[in-house]
Write a protein that binds this ligand. Sequence first.
Ligand SMILES: [Zn+2]
Ligand SMILES: [Zn+2]
Length: 295
Amino acid sequence: MTYEDGKTVFNTFLIAKTSINIRYTIITPSQNCERDIMKYIEFLGTSGTRTPSQGTTCLRVSKHCVIDAGNLINAFGDDVFTIEHIFLTHSHLDHIIDIPFLADLFVTQKSISLKIYALKETLDDLRQFIFNHRVWPNFEEINLIGHTEKTIELIEIQLDHKYPIDDVTLTPFKTNHTDGSCGYLIEKNDAGILFTADTYKCPRVWELLDQNSHIHTLVTEVSFPSSFDKLAHDSKHLTPALLESELKQCKRNDFAIYAMHLKTLFAPTIIHELKTMNLLHNGGRVLNDNDIINF
Ligand SMILES: [Zn+2]
Ligand SMILES: [Zn+2]
């Protein structure tokens, strides 16, 4: 299922309006974007459900760096060996699923380790439940064939520290989803995009938006329809009604809001609710796989 037709690119322009600056988002054809000029982030997987036509959470933020690994192998195809850095938001399967298969490909083909960055709890989960020589080989201990480096390197990151990679800077911030879950402020030059990944109610999101006027876009999750309030609470996800209530904490209204991580079975209902409540303002919309947002 796709939410809307075709691949779409979002260009955000700064337009002066009266005494304040408001950024508007304008849709233009994707052919205008060169893949190797990363003036944008590319959403390789945007769904909350894995289906034959949809990938789960995965964003390419620079030539060699992605956030989450829900849809790397299908999306990158022959380019998969260009991936050098994976920043994780948390250890749920829809965000890490391609990492074991990537390690399996890299062990015979690469000369440098695949670097995987996450908060301590997420790294602990990868070591204990995935790379444990039972579910999958422990590629943290296995050398790349013909080289002295290990296949993967697990690197612990700290909340609110800045991590420059290629030409972007990633800053993890605490979210309300699992132990060790985080979102990322993605910055390039003087522009910022705030990516929450999976989260329930999270005051830190609105604090960051209020403190950083250069953030022009918020990408947040909306997993369930508003009637699934209890399930949203128990699984730590948002609904349109919860997002509407959360937005009241934010003093700004000049940024674009995009939604992703919709559970496919409920996508039409969620989209209808988001439109009725007019939540995706300033040109935002529900994201599809392969959509692009410019800095
Ligand atoms: Zn999750
Ligand atoms: Zn998820």
